[in-house]
Write a protein that binds this ligand. Sequence first.
Ligand code: UD1
Ligand code: CA
Length: 453
Amino acid sequence: MSGRTTLTIVLAAGEGTRMRSTLPKVMHPVAGKPLIAHVLAAAPVGPGDAVAVVVGPDHQVVVDEIVRIRPEAKTFVQRERRGTAHAVLAARAVIADGADDILIAFGDTPLIGAETFVRLRAALKDGAALAVLGFRAADPTGYGRLLVEGGRLLAIREQADATEAERAVTLCNAGVMAFAGKTALQILDRIGNDNRKGEYYLTDAVAIAREIGLSAAVIETGEDEVRGINTKAQLAEAEQVMQRRLRNAAMDAGVTLIAPDTVYLSADTTFGKDVIIEPFVVIGPGVGIGDGAVIHSFSNIVGASIGARVSVGPYARLRPGTVLGEGARIGNFVETKAAAIDAGAKVNHLTYIGDSHVGANANIGAGTITCNYDGFDKHRTEIGAGAFVGSNSALVAPVTIGAGAYVGSGSVVTRDVPDDALVVERSPQSVREGWAKRFREMKTRDRKPKSPK
Ligand code: UD1
Ligand code: CA
């Protein structure tokens, strides 16, 4: 199919009122990525391939997301919702520019795979003017039914317009279609709105293609791939399908998931070889995990680059901008943010490292806090290679702890510490010999022993 150009039009003008949210429907996330981003990721990207998205009025956040993923994509606003064919024709200008294949997808159907678009295009190459994606619905209520006779697709009937017999058909329209570019407008321009809802139905394209002597083909797929999302419950179902796929792909790539169903991944998570992820780990967007790294249970990781042979958790929270060098160790109840922690460094217990750089092989003791925020601004902490920060120290940023320096436990460090120095910031220890014994004697002298009850 190389050499053929494709225009993918994604319909995303839905208001999504059943989501009960102020966020446009296609911006709700599955596996850490908006629905629309999943659909765009499946669309062909080659030289000459174009993308257009039809959005609703006031959908600037959707436009911003589209531009972020496919900067060259064109967006069109459908001012009034007058049906799926009406939505497609909002992008008429780009259809008129011409493409060999025109793909129509729905922005609220995120599980669609690139392979399916390839199969639809192959049907066009075999001579169909129109290829429709169909599936066998467990419950066909609400879907357009594919009316097939003698192996040929005659028409699609919307639920509202279907007869009793037509409603019994379980082969349904997934909504994804492919049009041969050269006849697309001929068909689309003939679609009217003479139906129960008074909408311009894209699905009428099938009957119209036949009327003008063109043919329509059906490509079948499984129901999971074409789940559309109208409600939060359906969003959660799509998340489960996507998580299953991501877990299986990770395991196929060699990642050990001890309890896969308890591990949540993002669509963009990357793994090296021999990674082990223990049960109950949540990985948000922007995470890469290096060779041989182990993520222990109950860790939450977002926007972090984890080097080879790093150990994280249990109970670690890695926030965006965390970069862990080879063999670094992040232990229990440690939080990091915008922190570069170099090779071999250890941050093992109960610590916050934010806006910081920790040099190679430094050791950060339990309960160390980088005090990075003064209520107005964030400040940086620099900890040199091989430094040793004693437990329960507060490093008040901006501050630098030199390479190889020691920080005595419990210090509140407010000024820079030179390389290889010792800093201790604490009141002198006073010891009173025998005090505790005298205290106990004084307290017990006048008291009678309690009689047992
Ligand atoms: C549509 C199909 C139906 C199919 C089902 C699959 C039509 C007429 N019906 O029905 O055959 O079985 O999808 O899920 O095509 N949209 C716009 N502007 C509009 C109308 C819709 O952008 O004026 C967008 C929506 O945002 C959505 C998509 O098109 O992404 C589908 O619209 P929707 O109203 O959900 O169609 P269904 O009734 O589900
Ligand atoms: Ca729908």
